[in-house]
Design a protein around this ligand. Structure first.
Ligand SMILES: C[S@@+](CC[C@H](N)C(=O)[O-])C[C@H]1O[C@@H](n2cnc3c(N)ncnc32)[C@H](O)[C@@H]1O
Length: 277
């Protein structure tokens, strides 16, 4: 399988800092049940060749590796170098020789050999033309191939009682993504994307994990959102580093949550899976 690698960044707005890697690790932990249910619904089997688009540190690729087994093959693609290094290290540590990772811009990548499935979690949100990508890949893969994407509905995050810092995060984060032209409800658009790409109605799986108190994993994701996005927040004029206070943001947010024993509804994530007719 060749990769259409290129050095032109397509502008992933959250970068690949330590903070962003920690944010992705927290997302991984919180959404493991949804990820397993989504991959189950995709019907991945032993021996399959699967490509994970926008693989980041490899969470989905590693989960897929267990399903396809040692006779299968998994290729994770990402345009950023750091997450790929982390992903390779994790695969080595777990002794998963069937997994490899390559640098590629998924908007230009094309398979050059048989591929049984393409999967991707939280990637379509970041692409300029999700329908075009899904249509092109479905055509390249051919009949029977699995197409499975999962994405988030960012606007569904909420706390009870409302917390001032979470409200500030919602204003900054959602507004910045809107100004960057990224849909904040991509999970709700997946079925429409599949339909517009000429695919059959996908099986949908969803989760919106509920947590409580100052120790919730979701607070790391909220804090990671603002610190990873800070350069863009400042560039788009949404807020300033001084107002955000990135060094203490998470600590202050957790203190507010603990003080009010707040319930956190983490954003809804939707998984969609179907097969090329
Ligand atoms: C939100 S992260 C999700 C990572 C991983 N799929 C997960 O669920 O943990 C999005 C990833 O997509 C990558 N990305 C964004 N645009 C890309 C593109 N055009 N080609 C390849 N990777 C891209 C980013 O570098 C980042 O690692």
């Amino acid at each position: 399988m060749a990769s259409g690698t290129g050095d032109t960044s397509t502008g992933y707005v959250l970068g690949s800092t330590d903070r962003e890697m920690a944010r992705l690790a927290a997302i991984s932990r919180l959404y493991r049940p949804l990820t397993e249910a989504w991959l189950d619904s995709a019907g991945l089997r032993r021996g399959m060749t699967v490509v994970d688009l926008g693989c980041g540190p490899g969470d989905v690729a590693l989960a897929v590796a267990g399903r396809v087994g040692p006779t299968g093959r998994v290729l994770g693609l990402d345009e950023a170098v750091r997450p790929l290094e982390l992903a390779r290290r994790r695969a080595d540590e777990q002794g998963l020789a069937q997994v490899s990772f390559e640098r590629a811009d998924v908007t230009r990548w094309e398979p050059d050999g048989p591929v049984d499935a393409v999967v991707g979690r939280c990637i379509l949100l970041h692409l300029p033309d999700p329908v075009g990508l899904v249509r092109r890949l479905a055509g390249a893969l051919g009949p029977g191939a699995v197409v499975a994407f999962a994405d988030v509905v960012l606007v569904t995050r909420a706390a009870q009682p409302p917390l001032p810092l979470l409200d500030a995060h919602a204003r900054w984060f959602v507004e910045t993504l809107r100004r960057s032209g990224r849909p904040v409800d991509m999970g709700l658009r997946l079925a429409g994307v599949f339909r517009a790409a000429g695919l059959p109605e996908p099986v949908l799986t969803t989760d919106s994990p509920l947590e409580r108190g100052g120790e919730a994993v979701g607070w790391s994701i909220v804090a990671g959102d603002v610190t990873s996005l800070l350069p863009v927040l400042e560039r788009t004029g949404v807020t300033t580093a001084e107002e955000v206070g990135p060094a203490t943001f998470e600590q202050r947010l957790r203190a507010q949550a603990a003080e009010h024993d707040a319930v956190l509804v983490n954003p809804l994530v939707v998984g969609a899976a179907t097969r090329v007719p």
